[in-house]
Design a protein around this ligand. Sequence first.
Ligand code: ATP
Ligand code: MG
Length: 380
Amino acid sequence: MMRQPILPPAMLGILGGGQLGRMFAVAAKTMGYRVTVLDPDGNAPAADYADVHLCAPFNDHAALKEMAETCAAITTEFENVNADSMRWLAQHVPVSPSGDCVAIAQDRIAEKSWIAKAGLATAPYLAIETVEGLNHDLTPYLPGILKTARLGYDGKGQVRVKTAAEARAAYADLGGQPCVLEKMLPLELEVSAIVTRSSPHEVAVFPVAENRHAKGILDISIVPAQIDPALAAKAQQMALKLAEALDYVGVLAVEFFVLQGGELVVNEMAPRPHNSGHYTIDACVTSQYEQQVRAMCALHPGRTDLLSPIAMVNLLGDVWQADGGEPKWDVLMQAPNAHLHLYGKKEARPGRKMGHFCVLADSAEAALAQAEAIKDTLAP
Ligand code: ATP
Ligand code: MG
């Protein structure tokens, strides 16, 4: 069934008001839409750009009812939103991605089985639904990483284990909740591909980003990824295949491991714009946030051409002074090819994503080198 395009100045709703919601709101407002944000945090970063901020829990019936009555379409900026809230909203208003797709992304066990259903490889893993799961022969998955099936992000809810005894102890430490034990793979590097799908015939995929992590959190993304272009094209095809298998509508980010030897396996997916896609604001014809607006409004995805090589650096609270004082911005702000994005968060805590900046240059290597040099000037 063809959905009718939703045009400005319609009201668009978003569940979650963090930095992804904030950048979504900027894109939507720029295009002339109005925005309603649902987030229980009175200081939610997205609220600065929202027409309406419903400050209530994600399962608050009155707030959901107001969204259903006032919004022409609804999306989400984080996967841990209550999937039942999304399914309830979908009875009244178009919701994308679907609550079902979000529920799959919330649960590593469901996620990995869908990745396999799409015909794509993951790391070897064992689903451990209950403590009995630990009675299996664990050796094919060791050394490995025990990951909680739900609510993990930025490396939280993960323990690296070498032996079966360590895996059992880690399972108990994580509270005996459902987990996956994933074999530790020899990574050459990590990449991501972000797909936009408005309908089965309306898809687009962004250039592949190469992602470097520090302490389990994305640190730097470089585009184009420094890999064989054929391998990058393969990652794009795999991401498209996963979106197809899920009959996905919206923006879907897919994270991959590139193994030593060149094999690509899917790590995980996010049913939303992704930290590794922030670069699209500064370097692509269409940003991932505009794509989210387009997909939810049943518009064709915009073009994804890369206008320039680019490096993106995450700014965590660690870069702020101990007393909360601002980093030294002067070098960054004086660079004509650097762009600062701050999320308006009041309190800078270690590990908290406060903002990011991008550097555009003639090559990805040059962008990376300059971005790292600028980063070194920021810290107190
Ligand atoms: P986020 O949601 O922030 O991306 P997460 O908490 O969901 O993170 P994962 O993506 O599962 O965590 O893992 C975080 C990082 O740990 C990966 O990006 C990778 O660097 C490393 N890692 C995870 N699984 C494996 C594995 N099987 N083999 C080698 N390294 C791994
Ligand atoms: Mg990850």
